[in-house]
Design a protein around this ligand. Structure first.
Ligand SMILES: [Zn+2]
Length: 276
């Protein structure tokens, strides 16, 4: 697959992420620079431990900046641990926006979170009604920076890893949401997830992939995830010693034993309001 085709497949994913978050595939757009040059924003910033956070004067984020700084540095540590990595080179730029309207002004879409990995930039909406998804977006930036662009057969992992490392949606764990779909017979075969991720629906596909990634990490280690990132078709049997059908069965058994019986998930609220 050539570079242009690969970018086009990224853009399909980007367009499907309307409810929650997006990830930039355009190498030439630096949204960090764009945001800083936009004089309608009144940015203040603080930097430590390889992270610079940005918030506006008199904003909700400014009032909570000490807490946000702690949550960003914790998110970085946890995302690195999740990926089995120990550090990264470039300073991360994390922008706190008041609204989706502000997101639209910077990135051109009303996402609640956005990762501009080529600029090490993360943009998240944070206000009294919405918790910010730093860890999800930071995971996007770190996987791209530390692991590079995934193989085209591994595009299903891009969202899956970010959802898995974030770990939660409202009060539900990743596995609880995946189990909700599984127990209602609403999960297509694994092969479908690998081949048609973008057509399965953002929430269903994202949590299906995330739960599977958690199982692979738990069973085979973070290094296996990195190898799959570079070739999920070719590496699967060789690396995990199982074919797709066996992997699917093992994961389903793991999921069934991992989720408390009787757990109910309010999927309608998630679909309506997202994971915030
Ligand atoms: Zn994402």
């Amino acid at each position: 697959m050539n570079r242009r085709t690969l970018y086009r497949s990224f853009i399909v994913i980007l367009l499907s992420m309307v409810i929650t978050t997006g990830i930039s595939a355009k190498k030439d757009v630096d949204y960090v620079k764009k945001a800083l040059e936009d004089t309608t924003f009144t940015w203040r910033s603080a930097e430590a431990k390889g992270v610079r956070i940005y918030y506006q004067l008199d904003s909700f984020a400014e009032k909570h900046r000490a807490m946000l700084f702690r949550s960003v540095t914790t998110a970085v540590d946890e995302a690195l641990e999740c990926l089995g990595e120990s550090g990264y080179e470039r300073t991360l730029h994390v922008f706190y926006l008041e609204s989706r309207k502000e997101m639209d002004r910077i990135v051109g879409r009303t996402y609640s979170g956005f990762a501009n990995w080529t600029a090490s930039g993360v943009f998240v909406v944070f206000n009294p009604e919405w918790r910010s998804f730093e860890k999800h977006e930071i995971t996007h930036v770190l996987t791209m920076e530390l692991w590079g662009t995934p193989d085209a057969t591994s595009n299903w992992m891009i969202e899956g890893i970010a959802v898995y490392c974030d770990g939660w949606c409202r009060e539900y764990s990743v596995d609880e949401i995946a189990f909700h779909y599984l127990s209602r017979g609403q999960l297509p075969p694994l092969r479908e997830l690998f081949d048609n991720f973008a057509t399965l629906g953002e929430i269903r596909a994202g949590f299906y992939a995330a739960s599977l990634i958690g199982f692979i990490r738990h069973t085979y280690g973070a290094e296996a995830l990195r190898s799959l990132w570079h070739n999920s078709n070719g590496a699967l049997t060789e690396l995990l010693g199982v074919d797709v059908d066996k992997l699917e069965t093992s994961w389903k058994n793991y999921l069934k034993s991992n989720v408390k019986k009787g757990t109910t998930v309010d999927l309608e609220t998630i679909k309506d309001k997202g994971c915030g």
